[in-house]
Design a protein around this ligand. Sequence first.
Ligand code: ACO
Length: 277
Amino acid sequence: MSVKPSVGAEDVVKVEFDNGVAWVTLNRPDKRNCMNPTLNARMFGVLDDLEADDRCQVMVLTGAGTSFSAGMDLKEYFRETEEKGINAVRQAQRDAYGWWRRLRWFEKPTIAMVNGWCFGGAFAPLFACDLAICADEAQFGLSEINWGILPGGGATKVVEQLMSQRQAMYYILTGEMLDGKKAAELGLVNESVPLADLKTRVRKLCDTLLEKNPIMLKAAKDSFKRVINMTYDEAEAYLVVRQESANFLDKTQGRKEGIRQFIDEKSYKPGLASYKK
Ligand code: ACO
C-alpha cells in the first residue's frame, strides 16, 4: 500500500506500509538516488504525511537499487540551481536541510537501512535517523574533497559527532571510502550485516521498537539529542521535566502499568523484556 504523492506526481520516493512500519525508499536508482530538488521537496511531504499516519509507527529510510544515496545531485542540485542565481540556491538548501532537520526530530523512531553507496550529502539523512543498520557491502565516503569542495550540509558535523577526531579528519581529507563493517567499527552505523540479511535484521529491530511505549520512544530519543549540548545539571533538570510532560501525554499511563505488571501481576521482568501495552 502506498501514500499519495504530496508534491508533484513523480515517484522519486516510494512509501510502503507493513505491520506498523513505513518503508521509505529513495527511488532514483538510475541516478543512484542522488538528491535533486524534486526528491528533497517530496521528502518534506512524505515526512508530513507519515507523522500523521497511524500505519507508520517506525520509519525505515533506504534506497532503491545499488545505492542508499549518492549524495547531492551534482547536476540538478548544484549546477542548475547555481545557474538560476542565489535565491534558487538558498531555496534548494532550505528544502534539503529542511527535510533532514524534520527527520532528525521525527515523531516516531527512524532507522536508516543503508543498502549500498552512501556519499557526501547522504550522511545528513543517515545521521538524522535514530538508528542505522548497513550492509557489509555498503560503501560510505565523504567524496566532497574529490570534486573540490568541503563536506557541507552538515556532513562535517555528522562525522565530528559520530567519529573520533583522527578518523573524521582522515575521511574528510582523503575522500577514501569505508565499507559497512568499518562504518560499524567507527560508529557511523549501529551494525553491519550481509546484504542478504539486511531487511530481516531491520524488520527485527522494528519489531523490538514496536513493543515499546510510543510516547516514551519519542521522549527518549528527543531527550538524548537535546542533552548532547547541555551541562550535566541542565540535563538532569531537563530530563525530570521531559519525563513528567511525557507522563502527562501518555494517556495509557504506561509507567504505572509497567510497574503494576511487574510488582503485582509478576507477568514480566523489566530487565528482560517490555511490559504489555
Ligand atoms: N549527482 C548527479 N548524478 C549522479 C550522482 C550525483 N551525485 N551520482 C550518480 N549520478 C548519475 C551518473 O551521472 C549517471 O548518470 P547517467 O546514467 O546519466 O550517466 C548515473 O547516476 C549512474 O552513475 P554511475 O556513475 O554510472 O554509477 P556507478 O554504479 O558506476 O557508480 C557511484 C556509482 C560510485 C555512486 C558514482 O555514481 C559516483 O561517484 N557518484 C557521485 C558520488 C558523489 O561524490 N556524490 C556527491 C557527494 S558530495 C555532496 O553530496 C555534497
